[in-house]
Design a protein around this ligand. Structure first.
Ligand code: SAM
Length: 271
């Protein structure tokens, strides 16, 4: 494992020198404790030979932890131009590339070589949207190690028939094996957000998907759009009682009672 050059100034100094006051509109809550950013990288898995993509490096705490890993390259995409100059010294390492762009407008898989993985302390306001975009081509990635608000992490990893189980759970668990890695208390961030955060690791399934992500999303949208309604009435005119019976799903069941496997059956039957 390589180490970050000893002469990197402390993150607090970088923030003070470049006057990097956190902007709420860009979901900026910085992690200045390298023990936490190192843990995220460690729990993600082996980065040997992998291009690590970071979204929103900010002052560079997680970027530094990535530089200590055996990642082949590190590509960090940051929207806020104030950080671009502050991050420039990290590029001297030779493996780091900083891209000044909006991550919502870039498909990371088209600008990086495989194998690749995304690791990030995501901006809260667009975190879920980014993940859903990446999952459209999940198999382009080795894994995702992502920090979200705790409540979002719980939705991603929720089990069937639990309160947090919904569209996001089904989509994530259809595409990936998911793991709730660890919780980070709000006080660990500068400035602290109102709620705790958590890291989730998602590993895309290797086998071809039994139905398309798009088709599955359409079915979950209908099913969870009217969560309290029975499937029979949601899919009226689309699926007969006999079809429900053939796939072993009770027509009076509600969306939250269906496992990911059930949603696959439902999507196949709908074709
Ligand atoms: N990675 C840093 C850390 O852990 O200290 C900062 C994390 S902060 C929660 C989110 C970062 O994402 C900020 O640096 C913010 O400017 C950046 N960001 C917000 N929206 C973005 C977008 N659409 N595209 C790229 N970066 C974005």
């Amino acid at each position: 494992m390589s180490t970050v050059k000893k002469d990197q100034p402390p993150l607090r100094e970088v923030i003070a020198k470049h006057d990097l006051k956190a902007k709420k509109s860009l979901g900026q809550h910085f992690l200045l404790d390298l023990n936490i950013t190192r843990r995220l990288v460690r729990e993600a898995g082996d980065l040997t030979g992998i291009t690590a993509i970071e979204i929103g490096p900010g002052p560079g705490g997680l970027t530094r932890a990535l530089m200590e890993s055996p990642a082949k390259n590190i590509v960090a995409i940051e929207k806020d131009d104030r950080f671009i100059t502050a991050l420039a010294p990290l590029c001297e390492d030779g493996r780091v590339r900083i891209i000044h762009a909006d991550a919502l407008e870039i498909d990371p898989a088209t600008i990086t070589p495989a194998p690749r993985a995304i690791l990030a302390n995501l901006p809260y306001n667009v975190g879920t949207l980014l993940l859903v975009n990446w999952l459209q081509r999940a198999q382009d990635y080795e894994f995702f190690a992502l920090m979200f608000q705790k409540e979002v992490a719980e939705r991603i990893t929720a089990k069937v028939d639990s309160k947090a189980y919904g569209r996001l759970s089904v989509l994530c668990q259809f595409c990936c094996d998911v793991e709730y890695a660890f919780t980070i208390p709000a006080r660990a961030f500068t400035p602290p957000p109102k709620i705790d955060s958590a890291v989730v690791v998602l590993r895309p399934k290797k086998a071809p998907y039994p139905v398309s992500v798009e088709a599955l999303e359409a079915v979950t949208k209908d099913a969870f759009g009217q969560r309290r309604k029975m499937l029979r009435s949601i899919f009226k005119g689309k699926l007969s009682e006999e079809q429900f019976e053939a796939i072993g799903i009770r027509p009076e069941a509600r969306a939250e009672e269906l496992s990911v496997e059930d949603f696959i059956k439902l999507t196949k039957a709908m074709r």
